[in-house]
Write a protein of this length. Sequence first.
Length: 76
Amino acid sequence: MVLNDDYTPMDFVVGVLQRFFAMSREQATRVMLKVHTEGAGVCGIYPRDVAASKVEQVCTFARQHQHPLACVMEEN
């Protein structure tokens, strides 16, 4: 899941969703708007090891670009 914050630009979130979760621009925009309006959005459902890797990749990428974007995994 990607979590909302007041600082990360919407376009950056869309780009992250496209890059790390293989979403189309339209799908990534829908998820970003859900994050923006509801506080969180589901990026996908993955096995635990894949999800942990994606969380690490997204968080590292966001920090490298000086954004506080948070990505977390949640178990069902």
